[in-house]
Design a binder for this molecule. Structure first.
Ligand code: SF4
Length: 228
């Protein structure tokens, strides 16, 4: 089954030599993250723990606001405080997040109970309390002259095997096109051009790229090694 990322484009972070300021780019801008002075940073932006808790707090608030508005309840102001601590149990690291929600005006017991349930079910709560798998891939830029082309007549996908780091992201993202058990491993008939281009743009290494064919260009599919 093809995976669907929650974000259309990934967030991208970059760090250079200034300790420990990083720039995070998101779909509509950039912000700076840093480490506190006690950890060797300059505290010029929120640290990663603060960002994690901020994600939880803002998701809680947005989810509550949507529900309250839908119900038409008169609760104009909600505040959330979040912090966390860590402990170990049976040699396993346990992280406990404490989230305090204040409605800042009287609410009935029934409303408070319902809103507590809604907060518990906010999307970031579900992520944090569900099973999380972090897949980590490492890359470096390298020059490579070698490339293999695959075309459906409309678009040509260019694969650079020396750059491909075998993350398998294309295979899980669009299995009808990218299948390392087939030869050639890229089947340009497995999806429409838009879906192929969208998946090519998600290749994290630049191993996949594409160009639009000019009318009359040969419909070529050169065979090459698969990334497996
Ligand atoms: S082509 Fe890109 S997405 Fe596919 S396996 Fe290689 S690096 Fe991963």
């Amino acid at each position: 089954m093809a995976i669907k990322y929650l974000l259309d484009n990934p967030v991208e972070g970059n760090i250079f030599t200034q300790k420990y300021q990083s720039t995070i780019e998101w779909r509509n801008g950039k912000f700076v993250s840093d480490e506190p002075v006690k950890s060797g940073g300059q505290d010029t932006g929120p640290d990663p723990y603060t960002l994690l808790l901020s994600a939880h707090a803002s998701c809680t608030l947005a989810t509550l606001r949507m529900y309250i508005d839908r119900k038409g309840w008169d609760i104009p102001h909600i505040a959330v405080k979040a912090n966390m601590y860590q402990t170990t149990k049976d040699e396993k690291l346990i992280t406990v997040i404490d989230r305090d929600i204040n409605f800042l005006q009287p609410v009935t017991d029934e409303q408070r109970e319902k809103l507590t349930d809604i907060a518990k079910a906010c999307p970031v709560s579900k992520i944090l309390e569900g099973e999380i798998v972090v897949r980590t891939y490492t890359y470096n830029n390298s020059d490579t002259p070698k490339h293999i082309n695959y075309s459906n007549g409309e678009v040509t996908v260019v694969w650079k095997p020396d750059v491909c780091k075998h993350s398998g992201r294309c295979v899980t993202g669009l299995p009808g096109v990218f299948d390392v058990n087939k030869h050639p491993w890229i089947n340009m008939q497995g999806a429409d051009t838009n879906a192929i281009v969208e998946q090519v743009n998600k290749c994290p290494t630049g191993a996949l790229s594409f160009y639009k064919n000019t009318p009359g260009e040969a419909n070529t599919a050169e065979n090459g090694n698969s990334p497996a």
